[in-house]
Design a protein. Structure first.
Lengths: 306, 335, 255
């Protein structure tokens, strides 16, 4: 692969990576602090994307759209926590799976009624619609660079929040010494709701940012949710640092395998078949990565629980 | 006295199950009489899903392991059946290398092959997944099922996202299987055989060990039980029987959809088990019938039937944890 | 030192385990002779639970190993050690609570006759198993509750059941992790009687807080403090040992 293509694919991989991180960070925190599996996390992402697309179309302001996406993601997460998840903390994981699966069904159908089954294509804001010439003769869409920047800023924010604040101290304690937090007399319910809202806000942000590069449509949450699960598993449940590294690893693996396989396949197969084979085998690479990591380290790269 | 109660409970359970079996056995002639035999393929589908759900119950209800990847085994069984039938009708081999595998239209070849391939897959996935616990296990089985999904879609010969249309149907012991009733009988016999065998195994030494490990893994390990191997066997057997159900689905529909491999299908299988009553074997069959009937009825009623199914499911999780069968026979979730 | 003849059935050699910067167990060596009751005592945080975990195989040592009947089992998992004759009770009785009392014992009896991979005959109907199960239930005084779910038993009864389960598995070595914890005085007395009756038939490693029970049962006592062995010997020597009194016994006796 020539260097300019390599640079482009690396950046594409990072774009996917930071998007996955925004989702996986929330998932891994929710698991780590509350020991809850939330399948409906992808629905928060979808809600953020639709809210953002709708508000952007209405107001013409992309920034307003992104803020709406974050707000809707956080609000949806809060409602979900207060109305449902709260009843499931003490329940078996199976009950959590089923209940949040039901939420997916309801959320998807509601969005279908509100926005219709057709995908919405959102445009990036005009100021970011162009390309930046990274190297002479290597243009790259400015908007994607912004996504990477936003993702890295979000990671930095989380690092500050978890590593440098009292709240973060409680979150860290919650993932490793659950009883201790309770013993400190902290209002656990508020802490849990807050962690959920942070997760929702990050998912909403991811949805809002994804709008202009992916189709905004029903079911978009589940596709990325499963990849985010892979990230969480590879990174180690409950570890935000692990989620960050694993997200970049998964993003790069996915993008690179998709970029490299078609040319390999075209040598072996007729072109039409080659693309189909390559596209699907490209998706397989990420799961193979997960299998290899798990075979070596069953608890992921950076497990949070001792 | 507790012993007497237990016997009575088993009795009620058995009586209701026997009545159900009589109803199912009477279905083909009755439906034919009512000129409603167009329903038979639907019932066959329900039986096949019942088999898949009961097979999942071994892992989920008795083993306490939440597998979110059983769609992979269902789909694998279906694709194995589809591939054998397809290649047989085209006269091409399924595999030319490393060993020569010809196509086949013989059910006595197809069904064991579907179970074997799905079982091997389950063994491999289980061997890695069972090293983990809880949420980890759920996510990993889900991810492995996605891997299988994309792998199968990558094979252009089998139709990719369009699925695989079958032009041939299977024969049984060399004889053609004509009409819907014989297909129904095949499915019913397989389901009943599975239920009898699984019920036996769950009351035998193996079953006690599997169920004990769900309740207290630490105790079982401290008594020297090889818990990992016990669970891996349950996972493998469950995957194989789910594959068998997939093969039945392929034949009855003459079509193999990649949807069978999807994570939604894995989720639906879990719903069937819990809706019917986990850890009861018969419950999941009841759950399969209920969910499929509900889907059929609701989708005829409204395009947005998911909006009805979702809340029903939520209510079940929050309020009726024993499932339909558990409520009927009044049994607590068994150990 | 009084020694019953024979090779040790259990031996810990230089066991060390750290958690982060904390050294929970440091170079602990001890042995257990056939038929002997060897008690391990020490104040809270002395590393007794960690030591039990290391011997049973639930924890992996940073250094040192464990020998069972002369065989090095240091790299084996808990189940493999159990199959070589290591039976144990836990601080909180570990039982299959949804199963009946009878089934809990059955689970302990059946591995003696064959592995778990038997699928055909109902386990309860196997007469060769049933006789052993009934005998175990009778001697534990639980025969009249045999068909109740284990979850319905009281705390003390669960301990009795767990002991019955472990004995039914016919171990060579019995690890008892604070068997009297949470029991009332009369229950503790009954337990001590039961353990006294087992003396000589099983080699017992007893970790216990209740000093009356320890001094009544133990042939030898090892004292742990801050992860190290500070004394080991006959009960009367330990009772008289000045360091032990200062580190531990004194406060207990005064309290």
């Amino acid at each position: 692969m020539d260097p300019s293509l390599l640079l482009e694919q690396t950046l594409n991989g990072l774009t996917l990576g930071v998007m996955l991180f925004l989702l996986a960070a929330g998932l891994t925190l929710i698991f780590g602090v509350m020991d809850v599996i939330n399948l409906a996390h992808g629905s928060l992402y979808m809600a953020g994307a639709f809210a953002s697309a709708a508000v952007t179309a209405r107001t013409g302001s992309f920034a307003a759209g992104v803020l709406a996406g974050i707000a809707v993601g956080a609000a949806f997460a809060l409602v979900l926590e207060l109305a449902l998840i709260r009843r499931l903390y003490a329940r078996a994981h199976l009950d959590q799976v089923l209940a949040t699966f039901a939420v997916i069904l309801i959320a998807n159908e509601t969005v279908k009624i509100l926005f219709g089954p057709q995908p919405i294509f959102a445009a990036p804001p005009p100021a970011l619609a162009g390309s930046v010439e990274l190297l002479p003769g290597v243009p790259y869409p400015a908007y994607r660079l912004v996504i990477i920047a936003v993702g890295l800023l979000a990671a930095l924010f989380l690092w500050w929040l978890i590593g440098r604040t009292r709240l973060g101290m409680l979150i860290r304690a919650g993932t490793t010494h659950r009883c201790m937090v309770q013993a400190l007399g902290v209002n656990i319910e508020v802490l849990f709701a807050f962690v959920f809202a942070i997760g929702g806000a990050l998912a909403g942000l991811a949805g809002a940012m994804a709008g202009p590069i992916l189709a905004v449509q029903v079911g978009m949450g589940e596709q990325i949710l499963i990849l985010a699960f892979v990230v969480v598993v590879i990174g180690g449940l409950g570890s935000v640092r692990g989620a960050f590294l694993a997200a970049l690893l998964v993003g790069l693996t996915d993008t690179m395998s998709r970029a490299l396989l078609p040319s390999l396949m075209r040598d072996l197969l007729p072109p039409a078949a080659a693309d189909q084979v390559a596209a699907n085998l490209g998706s397989v690479a990420v799961y193979l990565l997960m299998a290899v990591v798990l075979a070596v380290r069953p608890r992921g790269l950076f497990p949070a629980h001792g | 006295m507790a012993e007497a109660q237990a016997t009575a409970r088993v009795g009620l359970d058995g009586v209701v199950a026997l009545c159900g079996l009589c109803l199912l056995a009477a279905a083909p002639p009755v439906l034919e009489h009512l000129q409603a035999d167009y329903l038979l393929p639907t019932l066959t589908r329900m039986l096949a899903y019942g088999l898949a759900a009961a097979a999942l119950d071994l892992v989920l209800g008795y083993g306490g392991l939440v597998s979110f990847g059983h769609g992979a085994f269902l789909g694998t069984g279906a694709y194995v059946a589809g591939a054998l039938l397809q290649h047989a009708s085209r006269g091409t081999p399924v595999l030319a290398w490393p060993i020569m595998v010809p196509g086949s239209t013989e059910a006595l070849v197809i069904l064991p092959a579907a179970a074997a391939v799905a079982g091997i897959l389950a063994f491999l996935i289980g061997a890695i997944s069972l090293r983990t616990r809880g949420v980890h296990f759920i996510m990993i089985t889900l991810a492995f099922a996605q891997l299988v999904y994309f792998l199968v879609l990558a094979v252009p010969e089998y139709g990719g996202t369009d699925g695989l249309m079958l032009s041939a149907r299977w024969r049984l012991a060399g004889l053609p299987v004509r009409g819907d009733a014989p297909r129904y009988w095949i499915a019913l016999v397989l389901l009943v055989l599975f239920l009898l065998a699984a019920r036996r195994a769950m009351e035998a030494r193996y079953g006690l060990a599997l169920r004990g490990a769900r309740q207290n893994e630490r105790r079982l390990l401290a008594l020297g039980y090889p818990v990992y191997a016990i669970r891996l066997l349950a996972f493998t057997a469950s995957g194989a029987c789910t594959g068998l159900a997939g093969a039945l689905l392929a034949d009855v529909a003459m079509f193999v959809s990649p949807d069978l491999l999807s994570w939604q299908r894995s989720g639906e299988l879990i719903i069937m088990v819990v809706l019917g009553g986990q850890g009861t074997l018969i419950g999941p069959v009841v759950g399969a019938f209920t969910l499929l009937a509900l889907e059929e009825e609701l989708s005829a009623l409204t395009e947005h039937w998911m909006l009805v199914l979702g809340p029903i499911l939520l209510l079940c999780v929050l309020l009726f944890r024993r499932g339909i069968w558990g409520q009927v026979i009044g049994a607590a979730y068994p150990g | 030192m009084l020694r019953t003849p024979g090779e040790p059935v259990l031996e810990a050699r230089g066991l060390t385990r750290r958690f982060g910067s904390l050294v929970a167990v440091s170079e602990v060596s001890l042995d257990l002779l056939p038929g002997e009751c060897h008690a391990v005592i020490g104040p809270n945080g002395a590393g007794k639970s960690t030591l039990i975990g290391l011997i049973a195989g639930e924890l992996v040592p940073d250094a040192g190993t464990v020998l069972l009947g002369g065989e090095d089992v240091g790299r084996l998992d808990p189940a493999a050690r159990a199959r070589r004759g290591l039976g144990r009770t836990f601080q909180i009785a570990e039982l299959c609570l949804e199963f009946s009392v009878r089934r809990n014992v059955l689970l302990a009896v059946q591995p003696r006759f064959a592995g778990p991979f038997h699928f055909l005959r109902r386990a309860e109907r196997l007469s060769q198993l049933a006789a052993h199960v009934d005998a175990a239930l009778v001697s534990a005084g639980l025969i009249d509750r045999a068909d109740l779910p284990a979850a319905t038993l009281s705390h003390g009864e669960r301990r009795q059941l767990e002991l019955a389960v472990v004995l039914a598995s016919r171990p060579r070595v019995l690890l008892l992790d604070e068997p009297a914890a949470g029991l009332g005085p009369s229950e503790t007395e009954a337990l001590a009687n039961r353990l006294a009756a087992l003396k000589g038939r099983f080699a017992m490693l007893l970790v216990e807080h209740d000093m009356d029970t320890v001094f009544r049962l133990a042939d030898r006592i090892t004292v742990l403090a801050e992860g190290r062995v500070i004394a080991s010997g006959l009960p009367e020597d330990i009772r008289a040992d000045r360091t032990v009194r200062e580190a531990y016994l004194g406060e207990m006796v005064d309290a």
